[in-house]
Design a protein around this ligand. Structure first.
Ligand code: DC
Length: 228
C-alpha cells in the first residue's frame, strides 16, 4: 500500500530554534526539510521588489506563482535561497523582510494559495517541516508534532548571536520589541494562529541548550515513528 510521505511538524514562535532543530532532524533521518518561514519571506521579497502594495491581498496573490521557482539548499551556516534564478539569501533575514512577511501572512486567501507550495515539499522518504501552522493546518496528519517554545528574551538573545555571527550588529531592546511585535501578530491573527495542540510534544527551551532540544526531539521522534 502506498501511503503519503511521512511528515514531522515543528511549530513555534520566531527565533526559538525551529530552523536548527529541523535541519538536525532532517540530517539524522536523511529526510527533506521545509523552512516555511522562508516561503513567506520570499513572497515578501517579491512584493518589495515588484513594489506591490503589501496591504492589498488581491495584489499579493499573483506573486505566489513566483514561488514555483523557489529553491533552498542547506549551506554551511544559513540556507541558500534562490528565487527565479537570483540568490536572495542575503536579504532573507532583513528586518524589513521579517516585518513584511509577518504582515502578508495575515491574509487568509493568500495563506490558502501558499498551501500547495508547501505541500509540494512532501516527498519520500519524508519531510521535516517547520513554521507556525505545520501541525495544525499545512500537515495536520503529520506523524510527529513538536511545539518548540522559549520566552521572548531568550529568543532575542539567540537571534542576536545569530545575527552577530553573520556580521550584523543589533540592539537587544530594539530586537526584543520587534520579536514581541511579530509574536503579537503571529499569535493573535484570525487565520492559522500559532497554537499548541494536544497531539504535540511541547518543549520549553528557555533554559535548555539546542543540543538537549535535539536529543529530546530525536528520542520522541524515534518512538513515534516506531508506532506509526
Ligand atoms: O519563521 P520565520 O520567522 O522565518 O517566519 C517569518 C514570518 O512568516 C512569520 O513572522 C510569520 C510567517 N509565517 C507564517 O505565518 N506561517 C508559517 N508557517 C511560517 C512563517
Amino acid at each position: 500500500m502506498i501511503t503519503k510521505p511521512p511528515v514531522i511538524a515543528i511549530d513555534g514562535p520566531s527565533g526559538v530554534g525551529k530552523g536548527t532543530l529541523c535541519k538536525e532532524l532532517s540530517k539524522k533521518l536523511q529526510w527533506y526539510a521545509l523552512n516555511s518561514g522562508i516561503i513567506y519571506r520570499a513572497l515578501a521579497i517579491a512584493a518589495l521588489h515588484n513594489q506591490v502594495d503589501i496591504s492589498a491581498e488581491e495584489a499579493l496573490i499573483p506573486l505566489v506563482s513566483h514561488l514555483i521557482n523557489l529553491n533552498f539548499t542547506p549551506h554551511e551556516k544559513e540556507i541558500k535561497v534562490i528565487l527565479a534564478g537570483k540568490d536572495i539569501s542575503m536579504k532573507i533575514h532583513d528586518q524589513q523582510v521579517s516585518d513584511v512577511a509577518s504582515r502578508v501572512a495575515l491574509f487568509p486567501r493568500l495563506r490558502q494559495k501558499m498551501l500547495s507550495v508547501q505541500h509540494s515539499f512532501r516527498v519520500f522518504p519524508g519531510l521535516v517541516a517547520e513554521g507556525r501552522d505545520m501541525g495544525t493546518i499545512v500537515f495536520p496528519d503529520a506523524c510527529v508534532k513538536i511545539f518548540l517554545d522559549a520566552n521572548a528574551k531568550a529568543r532575542t538573545h539567540r537571534r542576536m548571536l545569530q545575527l552577530q555571527d553573520n556580521g550584523v550588529s543589533v540592539n537587544f531592546n530594539q530586537l526584543l520589541s520587534q520579536i514581541e511585535e511579530r509574536d503579537e501578530r503571529d499569535l493573535h491573527r484570525s487565520i492559522s494562529p500559532l497554537i499548541t495542540t494536544d497531539d504535540a510534544l511541547i518543549i520549553d527551551s528557555t533554559n535548555m541548550s539546542i543540543q538537549k532540544v535535539i536529543e529530546i526531539a530525536l528520542h520522541y521522534t524515534r518512538i513515534q515513528l516506531a508506532k506509526a
